[in-house]
Design a protein around this ligand. Sequence first.
Ligand SMILES: O=C(CO)COP(=O)(O)O
Length: 248
Amino acid sequence: MRRKLAAGNWKMNGLRADVAQVEALAQAFPDPGCDILICPPATLLAGFVPAGQGVVSLGGQDCHSATHGAHTGDVSAPMLADAGADYVILGHSERRADHGESSELVAQKVRAAHAAGLIAVVCVGETLAERDAGTTLDVVGAQLDGSLPDCVTAANTVIAYEPVWAIGTGRIPTLDQIAEVHDFLRARLADGAFAAHADGMRLLYGGSVKPDNAAEIFATANVDGALVGGASLKAADFGKIILALCAS
Ligand SMILES: O=C(CO)COP(=O)(O)O
């Protein structure tokens, strides 16, 4: 049985005062039936950990593949762990696009995350041009294969399917399209080097998940939770998504 995960990616949003959102979530869900994760900017991690009260886990949004060294502006996986993070998002499409991250680099980062004891949330997803060209499964399959090093297990890795064209746009794939990709990802895992972990690996959907569409997305086969951007910034909205997930 896969434990469901509601993950919030705050991206480059949030200040210390927003700890109130984490406190509100922890108070609203003292004994949640699913895992709750907030990934704020790295500057906020250490301050948010106590507010999570052990029920809201914290995660980073990226890490370097090295443990330390001359990499100005970067944050390492051991640093995230030291700040109290349990997870780190890797290979988000905004990193792949804005920072030119290849799947090969993402795989190195996943390895670094695992070495630091972090759970990696590895993102894959096609652009609109790729979907229109009919290459969605080729694209996400190649990203999946290339982004997972051999240390991946169901316990230390979560996969997030995030169609680039659904992120921040209010546009979501049909439920059939979500199911097609999630079924494909699980089958791809089952076929390859991670066969022993395919059944236990959590697959999240991300891209314009909101309180009013969460329930139907969570009812879709092979969807084990969500990676939520904009709607995770306010506890009131994210709480409704968590409720929908716990009820699914
Ligand atoms: O990119 C996302 C989460 O990582 C999704 O963002 P939105 O929920 O704002 O579309």
